[in-house]
Design a protein around this ligand. Structure first.
Ligand SMILES: CC(C)=CCC/C(C)=C(\C)COP(=O)(O)OP(=O)(O)O
Length: 351
């Protein structure tokens, strides 16, 4: 693991102060861009619309006030500064919330019905929902009934349908593919949980590469109203830069959720917990090493993006700038969302 660097430097570097993460753990300042906008009114409007949608599909029953306060709409407002069109921003907002709902309802939160023995089976059905699987009759009816009966599946289907209305077929296929890889990785994590096993750091990082914000980054051009051509997307250098940024952004989540995941009732995973187990160091040292890895990845992405932007087509430059903006918004959101506050999350609201 890289050692802790000397702190953030340079233009656009976050000047975040040391932040308590609970139990006396402190998150060091991270090398991450600042968000390009913070429009609270727009974030609130998106949150209201998301809560309305969540109520319709039935996710987070009894927790809609907590959901509003978590601010997934605010996250999308911060991460996609190129538009203030609510309907357009609701496309990634629904996809993001549906992914989080699958994670919470199936994997992480027994209060929302997560049962470790059922996780693999549920994720498989989710993948079929993402992929619009078409079964021959009479079996299709059973699958359709399962989707109708399950709030997380209803959310996934609705989010992907909304996406497909705005996205090109190429973009929709890309999003479906990445979403399915996320579900595979959630299954890998579920097997660690079932075996009460903390993975070695290398295996954790393989998982976190796909169990990550890749599905959010993959729709940046959809929100922007342009299309990254399939041959550009398939370029291994573009894939590398994309994966580097997605992993860095997911390590931001790991850092800010150390306290939350440490007090999980069902067992949860993050890089610092894996590092502490492997290296036998304190949790604070593991957090510092995780932050250093985040910073290393962000700098790698900056170099990769700069090189690709020199020679790539305009859409690629725009996409890479979109990833940078997304990372800045993601960091700002994690700093402020009550989901990651060291205090317990707000009490449940009535259904
Ligand atoms: C938004 C999206 C694509 C989410 C899918 C997976 C997911 C929920 C994350 C990458 C966030 O990480 P984690 O599961 O650790 O989230 P929490 O710390 O529980 O908020």
């Amino acid at each position: 693991m890289p050692r802790l660097p000397g702190g953030p430097t340079g233009l656009g570097t976050s000047a975040a102060h040391l932040r308590p993460a609970g139990d006396g753990i402190v998150i060091p300042p991270l090398h991450c861009p600042r968000p390009l906008r913070d429009d609270r009114g727009l974030g609130d409007e998106l949150d209201e619309r998301l809560v309305e949608w969540a109520g319709q599909v039935g996710i987070y029953p009894g927790r809609l006030d907590e959901l509003r306060a978590t601010g997934f709409g605010r996250l999308v407002m911060l991460c996609h500064p190129g538009t203030d069109q609510v309907e357009r921003l609701l496309i990634p907002a629904r996809c993001t919330l549906a992914a989080w709902a699958v994670d919470d309802h199936y994997c992480d939160d027994p209060g929302l019905g997560a049962v470790p023995e059922l996780t693999g089976s549920r994720l498989g059905i989710t993948a079929a929902t993402v992929d619009r699987v078409r079964l021959p009759d009479p079996f299709a009816a059973g699958f359709e009934q399962a989707v109708r009966d399950d709030p997380a599946l209803r959310a996934v289907r609705s989010a992907v349908e909304h996406l497909a209305r705005l996205a090109t077929p190429v973009q929709t296929a890309r999003a479906r593919h990445i979403y399915t890889a996320l579900l595979t990785a959630l299954g890998q994590e579920a097997s660690w949980r079932a075996a009460s096993r903390t993975p070695p750091v290398w295996e954790y990082l393989i998982n976190r590469q796909a169990n990550s914000f890749q599905p959010c980054l993959a729709v940046i051009d959809v929100v922007g109203g342009y299309e990254l051509a399939p041959q550009v997307w398939a370029d291994h250098r573009v894939q590398h830069a994309f994966a580097t940024a997605a992993l860095a952004a997911s390590l931001v989540n790991d850092l800010y959720s150390v306290a939350r995941e440490g007090r999980s009732a069902i067992g949860d995973f993050n890089l610092a917990l894996a590092v502490a187990a492997e290296d036998g160091c304190t949790l604070q040292e593991a957090v510092d090493r995780s932050a250093a890895l985040h910073d290393d990845l962000m700098r790698r992405f900056e170099t990769q993006a700069a090189e690709l932007s020199l020679t790539g087509p305009p859409e690629l430059c725009r996409f890479l700038a979109g990833i940078t903006a997304w990372c800045g918004g993601n960091h700002a959101w994690h700093q402020g969302s009550p989901r990651y506050a060291s205090r317990p999350t707000p009490a449940r609201s009535p259904a």
